[in-house]
Design a protein around this ligand. Structure first.
Ligand code: ATP
Ligand code: MG
Length: 139
């Protein structure tokens, strides 16, 4: 079993896609083991995406991520990290495979509906950023 951190980003929440995103994970055998809605401050968004702090899009990305509420969740399943990213699709929706969340709903490379951790190390950091042990209801 592997855990990963996913976020329905402010554009996904704004488009009423919370249920759709959860459905796509759950129908693929990925279980939700923790979940919360949170409106990140700019500082909190910067902390979450600190690995991207030198990138040219960092300011815009953290403005976007703090522009409205997100739904943050811990997901659990066999190879959850790579499977969640496959369900999400490529960062740029134009390059995403048909049937992925980003292909179906994302409006661009920044406003791309959903986040998923990209490695066991980032999953550990990102899960701990939002949830403590007592809040994770492992199956
Ligand atoms: P995420 O980390 O959100 O799951 P990802 O791993 O597919 O997405 P990253 O390279 O980690 O992509 O980039 C983090 C986020 O930064 C992207 O999801 C997107 O919102 C934004 N982003 C990435 N590249 C660009 C870009 N070239 N221009 C604008 N925004 C970008
Ligand atoms: Mg990433």
């Amino acid at each position: 079993m592997e855990r990963t951190l996913s976020i329905v980003k402010p554009d996904g929440v704004g488009a009423n896609l919370i249920g759709e995103v959860l459905r796509r994970f759950e129908e693929n055998g990925i279980s939700v083991v923790a979940l919360r809605m949170i409106h990140l401050s700019k500082k909190q968004a910067e902390g979450f995406y600190h690995v991207h702090r030198e990138r040219p899009f960092f300011g815009s990305l953290t403005d976007f991520m703090s522009s409205g509420p997100c739904v943050v969740m811990v997901l659990e399943g066999e190879e959850a990290i790579s499977r969640v990213r496959a369900i999400m699709g490529a960062t740029n929706p134009e390059e995403a495979d048909p049937g992925t969340i980003r292909k179906d709903f994302a409006s661009g490379i920044e406003k791309n509906i959903v986040h998923g951790s990209d490695s066991p190390e980032s999953a550990a950091y990102e899960i701990g950023y939002f949830f403590n042990q007592l809040e994770i209801n492992s199956r």
